[in-house]
Write a protein that binds this ligand. Structure first.
Ligand SMILES: C[S@@+](CC[C@H](N)C(=O)[O-])C[C@H]1O[C@@H](n2cnc3c(N)ncnc32)[C@H](O)[C@@H]1O
Length: 279
């Protein structure tokens, strides 16, 4: 059985992503995007890779940035989304990740793409952003909030580093209404084994406002993202194996540790898309 979830510890999250990054590079599953996909409609026939890029494009539509802007990618993974923002908008991107290995990979990809002058990735903790006030025109957080031990603190930091009028776009996971008395085991495994927590949707607007941000949009995109992704991944046998990295080192995972098919059809595992701005 999975353990009861507790607040993620950034250092441990970083070590988990170090391990996942290194194993993906050796087993051939390395992907510049480390996030869910976005399928615009149930009829969409996009592949998982196409849908992953589409999620970044959904962010780009909301970030509203151009060549003169500087974007912070909060929890930047191995750089895929940040590099897409540079390519599509010409904006300058600074990414931070709590994983040193991800930062190395992201900077390598930026150099290979010839945009190391426009995209810089560095190690850092979103709980204490290593940037002065008003440093960024926009902030994006694709599927990284779920790993952070205090969402309120992160949002307050985001507000601090945004310029007035600057935008935040994020996705986060939550449990959809009606909340089950006993949480589905797939959600438990996701939270425990991938060091995550689910957000409280009812509190999200208040949390944005307490941080000083004005909410612009809050959408339930479960059908376009998590629900569809679990269905798509369940069709790919190779992805039904849990990453070997989850069995190494100090991580104490059970024999039945998380794998994507655990979330197939779990329609209360929700995904929200929020847009806010610093007034
Ligand atoms: C699921 S991955 C998403 C990566 C990337 N946004 C993408 O879409 O490809 C989660 C990311 O959040 C980062 N992260 C988690 N906790 C963090 C923290 N406290 N500070 C900075 N980054 C963090 C991880 O290192 C990882 O890069």
């Amino acid at each position: 059985m999975s353990k009861v979830s507790s607040q993620p510890v950034p250092k441990a999250v970083g070590e988990l992503y170090d391990r996942l990054t290194l194993s993906a590079m050796t087993d051939g599953t390395f992907n510049p995007n480390v996030h869910i996909g976005y399928w615009d409609s149930p009829e969409s026939t996009a592949s998982v890779d196409e849908a992953m890029d589409r999620l970044t494009d959904v962010f780009i539509e909301r970030l509203k940035v151009g060549a003169s802007n500087h974007v912070l990618d909060l929890g930047c993974g191995v750089g895929g989304p940040g590099l897409r923002v540079v390519a599509q908008t010409g904006a300058r991107v600074t990414g931070i990740s709590i994983s040193e290995e991800q930062v190395k990979s992201a900077n390598r990809l930026a150099a290979e793409a010839g945009v190391a002058d426009r995209a810089v990735f560095q190690h850092g903790d979103a709980m204490r952003l290593p940037f002065p006030d008003h440093s960024f025109d926009a902030v994006m957080a694709l599927e990284s909030m779920c790993h952070m031990p205090d969402r309120q603190q992160v949002l307050t930091e985001v507000c601090r580093v945004l310029v007035p009028g600057g935008r935040l776009v994020l996705t986060d996971v939550f449990e959809r209404f009606p909340r089950k008395e006993v949480r589905h085991q797939g959600i438990d495994k996701f939270c425990n084994d991938l060091m995550s927590t689910t957000a409280d949707l009812d509190d999200y607007v208040a949390m944005l406002h307490r941080s000083g941000l004005r909410m612009r949009e809050l959408l339930d995109v479960t059908e376009q993202t998590t629900l569809r992704l679990a269905y798509e991944l369940a069709k790919l046998p190779v992805l039904q194996e849990r990453p070997a990295a989850l069995n190494e080192g100090n991580f104490e995972f059970s024999d039945d540790a998380f794998k994507p098919s655990d979330l197939e059809g779990v329609d209360d595992f929700g995904c929200l898309l929020a847009t806010a701005e610093r007034p």
